[in-house]
Design a protein around this ligand. Structure first.
Ligand code: ADP
Length: 209
C-alpha cells in the first residue's frame, strides 16, 4: 500500500505525540478535521493507526511492508498449488520426456505402489540422454532423486515456506504431499508447487490496488 505525503506526515505526528486527537493533528497540519477524515480513515482501516474513542490516535508500529508480509503469510500451499504430473517409477526415460513436453512441466514425480518414490527433473533426463543411455530401456526409477531425499510441502503450510524451500534447495518444483505414514515415508502426491506458482502469486499480489 502506498501512502501519500499527507498520510506519511500524519503518521509522523502521531508517532511523536501518541495519543493525539484528530483535532490536534489537524491543527498541526493547518488543516480542518474534515479534510483529514479520509486520510485518518485509511490509516486506521489499514491498521497503521489505532483510534480509541475519547482518547485519540495511537501508532500501531506497523509499516505498509509489515502488512504485505502479514498478507503473504496468510496464503497457503493449498491455495497456490497446481496439479502434479505423476508417473510410475517403471516408466521409461523416453516416456517421461514425452510427458514433460505434453504436460508442459519441467519436473515429474515418480510413485511406487501409489506413494511418492522420487523426483525427476529436466536436467536428470538430459544427463542420461547425453550419456548415451538407451532412453527406451531405462526406467526413471534408476536415475531419479529418491525418497527420503525429497523436499516436500504440505497443504497447510504457507506458500512462503514452500518458496523458501525452492530457493534454499535450488530446485524448481516441490511435490505437495499428504502424509499417510511418516515413519515408513508413505506420502500421497496431491499437488505441486513450482517457481511458476510462486511467480503467479507475486503477480497477483502486485495487481491488488
Ligand atoms: P533442473 O534439473 O531442470 O535444474 P531442478 O533444479 O529442480 O531442475 O533439479 C535439480 C536436481 O534436484 C535434480 O537432480 C532433481 O532430481 C533434484 N530435485 C528436484 N526437485 C526436488 C525435490 N523436490 N526434492 C529433492 N530433489 C529434487
Amino acid at each position: 500500500m502506498l501512502l501519500n505525503e499527507r498520510q506519511e506526515k500524519i503518521i509522523e505526528i502521531v508517532k511523536s505525540n501518541t495519543p493525539i486527537t484528530g483535532e490536534e493533528i489537524a491543527k498541526k497540519l493547518d488543516l480542518t478535521r474534515g479534510t483529514l477524515r479520509p486520510d485518518l480513515a485509511i490509516l486506521t482501516m489499514s491498521g497503521i493507526l489505532e483510534a480509541r474513542p475519547k482518547v485519540g490516535y495511537f501508532y500501531s508500529g506497523k509499516t505498509p511492508l509489515s502488512f504485505l508480509a502479514e498478507q503473504v503469510n496468510t496464503i497457503t500451499v493449498k491455495e497456490a498449488k497446481s496439479m502434479p504430473i505423476v508417473l510410475e517409477e517403471t516408466t521409461s526415460l523416453y516416456d517421461a520426456i514425452v510427458t514433460m513436453m505434453l504436460e508442459d512441466v519441467g519436473t515429474v514425480f515418480a510413485i511406487d505402489e501409489g506413494y511418492l518414490s522420487g523426483v525427476i527433473s529436466r536436467k536428470d533426463l538430459l544427463k542420461s540422454a547425453i550419456g548415451g543411455t538407451d532412453l527406451n530401456k531405462l526406467p526413471i526409477g534408476v536415475i531419479m532423486t529418491r525418497m527420503p531425499n525429497i523436499i516436500t510441502a504440505r497443504d497447510d503450510e504457507t506458500a512462503l515456506s514452500a518458496a523458501i524451500k525452492l530457493i534454499e534447495h535450488e530446485i524448481d518444483s516441490i511435490p505437495v504431499v499428504e502424509i499417510e505414514d511418516e515413519e515408513n515415508k508413505k506420502y500421497k502426491v496431491i499437488g505441486r508447487i513450482s517457481k511458476t506458482n510462486i511467480t503467479r502469486l507475486f503477480a497477483e499480489l502486485g495487481n491488488h490496488n
